[in-house]
Design a protein around this ligand. Sequence first.
Ligand SMILES: Cc1ncc(COP(=O)(O)O)c(C=O)c1O
Length: 396
Amino acid sequence: MIPNFTQLLAARTESMAASAIREILKVANRPGVTSLAGGIPAPETFPMDILEKVFSEVCRRWGSSAFQYDLTEGFVPLREAASSYLRRYSVEAAAEDILVSSGSQGLLDAIGKILIEPGDIVAVESPTYLGALQAFNPYGPGYAEIETDEMGAIPDSLEEILKRDKPKFIYLVPTFQNPAGRTLTFERRRAIAELIVSYGALLVEDDPYAALRYKGQTVPSIKSLAPENVLYGTTFSKVFAPGLRVGLAVPPKGELGSWLVRAKQGTDLHTSTLSQAMAAVYLEGGYLEDRLPLICNHYAPRLDSMLVALETCFPRDWNWSRPEGGMFLWAEGPAGTDIPAIYEKALAAQVAFVPGRYFYAKPENGGRTMRLNFTNAAPEELGQAVATLGTIISES
Ligand SMILES: Cc1ncc(COP(=O)(O)O)c(C=O)c1O
């Protein structure tokens, strides 16, 4: 008889449901389907042409050390190079104040591990990054949803939550948010910075997309406005290669950083030394500097093509985000919009997207929304896919 080990599973696995999006992606990746459902960078943006050079440089400079166990805090040359890199995103941090994580996702898990007790409230945007909910859920939090509009999280809504729910921490993706593509305005960043300082609250600023700006002005990080209240995280996944699994974190001064390190020690001892050394050379050697414009030039026409198609083909009573960067657009229909029906018809017409309801801490919200990714098809194909969606919606 085959033993049934399912009965051994801890109760917390109940909150570790398999991602419904993975099922959608399986369908979306069928041949012939134009997928607006994915969320991964275009492989053409990976710097394959220089990787051998970067790898040789790693071997020449660090030899066997690049393949050895290393500090949990992170590979020192990477942290040194990251100190000036982060300044571009208005994050001031000395090398010793920077921690390396196994992608931003590794950081989110460590945050959940050290901060969340069952029943604690975490304040998140409505909608929010699904991967953050997946990282936090096993630790048993409840969520308070911060209302949002086209300018991102609404400070008054956050203040109400701070007063009413006393959240353990606030989690925001302020720039080119996944899933909504929205960017929190400077005025709102300032208002939120003032709020967290006056309430003594901790805010996690998850910032993977700031470098993917195709037009408009950079907006300073919330970290720069309230450094002692913000735990900042970013990643090389969108500007180098996600398979390397390298992220960066700048916790507020004090004890939090050392607890993150202890949590990480138990998870993976440290992030791959080789990946970190590759990232160090990528930064120090000016490769990222050279590559970033190419990455942005790759995505910009894709975003434009989708925006033009939305303007011309979507019904007037729909709203959508108009981001200046990132990887996602967000569209919302009027009351009565039947997203599951639109989804089925779109699939039949070989177009896939992710229904927005998956991105809400409270899934009953978001029934009229969809996330549209623009990084993984040619501009014309993306425009055509949006036109097809527009026709389906108009005929629904
Ligand atoms: C908002 C956000 N945070 C974190 C991540 C995880 O990124 P990483 O590859 O660095 O783990 C993603 C990836 O899509 C994301 O969109």
